[in-house]
Design a protein around this ligand. Sequence first.
Ligand code: ITT
Length: 203
Amino acid sequence: MTFLLATENIGKLREMRELLAPLGYELVLPADFGLVLDVEETGETFEENARLKAKIYCAAIGIPSIADDSGLCVDALGGEPGVHSKRYGGGGLSDGELCELLLKNVESTEQRAAKFVSVIVCAFPDGGELVATGECFGEIARERRGDGGFGYDPVFYLPQLGKTMAQLTPEEKNSISHRGNALREFAAKLTEYTTMNDERNLK
Ligand code: ITT
C-alpha cells in the first residue's frame, strides 16, 4: 500500500518518514505530484484540522493520506498557542521569532508547564479513517537552547533529561515526542486495519 505524507512542513516530514518507513509501506509526498495545497486550518481542535488536511489531500490524489496537526499548549497561557502554534503572533513569524514571542509572553510567570500534542489522521479513498493522538509533557525554558528539531523545540525543556527538545538527537526526540507517540499508536492501528482488510478480501 502507498501512503501520501500530507504535510508541507519539512521537520514534520522527516520525523513522519523516520517512524513510518520501517513499516515497509511506500511513502510519497505532495511534491511528487507537483501538488502544493494551502489548506486553511479552520478547525477548533487538532483532530479537526488533521482530518481536514488528510481528506483534502486524499481527495486530490486518490491515495490514503496521512496528516499531522500539532502544537504547543502552555498552561500559563490557558492552552495557547495550541492549534494556533504555527500562526502565533498573527502569522508569518520564523521559528526563532515564535520562540522569542513565547518566551516573552511567559517571562513574568513561574508557571512553566506545557505539553506538545500531535493528532494523526489517515484518510482513505473509501471514506474510512484512522486517528491517533500523542502528547509530550515538559516546561517552557527561560531561553532558547539547542538547534535540532524545528518550531518550538529550543524552548521546550524536558526536566527528566535536563535538555530542551532541540538538544536531543532525532532518534531521542522520536522516542519521547508527541509525534512519535501518535505515530506509534497509528502504526499499531494501521497494522490492525490492513490485516482486517486482507482477511475480508480473502473471504
Ligand atoms: P502542515 O500543516 O503542512 O503539516 P504546519 O507547520 O502548518 O505544517 P501545523 O498547522 O500542525 O503544521 O502547525 C504546527 C506548529 O506547531 C508547527 O509549525 C510548529 O510551530 C509547532 N510544532 C508542532 N510540532 C512540533 C515539534 O515537534 N517541535 C516543535 N514545534 C512543533
